[in-house]
Design a protein around this ligand. Sequence first.
Ligand SMILES: [Zn+2]
Length: 284
Amino acid sequence: VKGRGRVVGIDIGGTKIAVAAIDGTGELVREAAIPTEPERGFASGISRITDAVTRVVEESGWSPREIHGIGIGCAGPVDPARGTIHNPYTLPGWQDGDIVTALREAFGCPVLLENDADMALLGECGAGAGRGVDPVVMLTFGTGIGGAALVGGAILRGVAGEHPELGHVPVDPRGPACYCGTNGCFESLASGSALAARGNLPEALSAVGAAIWTIVHALLPERIVLGGGVMDTHYDAFAAAASQAIGRAKLAPPGRVTVARARLGNRAGLFGAASAVINRRSED
Ligand SMILES: [Zn+2]
């Protein structure tokens, strides 16, 4: 995070919303978390987020009028250009919610929205395991598997500004059905939910190897960053499976594709959101 100004980072997940006040040097000054409770509806969510932002800003000794910008990472899909949320899976009741306009009107500052995996990637690339390398792929293993890529210093975007869904790379056509529409995708075999439901680490590691193989050949990243809660207990095994797959990939430049553990933990999204809004402002 570089630049000046007092900004707010927000990280919205299906169960929890984290809010942080981050100063111009990239230091996290204050943070808070509230339950998402998406079933209470979008208006309730906006009201509670506005209260949480006001609280962390005031506890930081700042005035809400001083906020230079707000960056939001949200469990996707989201539409970054329109500033709207499109996630019926983990945010039911927030469908098409225009969070950018709502917070811009509440605080009178620039607000930007990205997928949470993209914000975590920006955080790790600015101050964590993706610093100084490019291209970078980040995979976040939690309830699902989030994926994001940085290419040429910018988030890799697909049509409508959406990010690639690397968690849904097909791995085993005989595997379990996934909400994405296929069977045996990466997420359905190696996410935290899959490990909890299936209790099969060899199957998960095999899925990691197969998915990393595809990702390496599709994107040829310089580094693959592995993050998310599953890495707290399984990083060594997952990294070994990924490295073995990379080692077998004869079309990848030998020794140039590396694997690293995410360093910022569950704050990566907050730091990434803050850096995105700071960098956007410096472009204005
Ligand atoms: Zn899937």
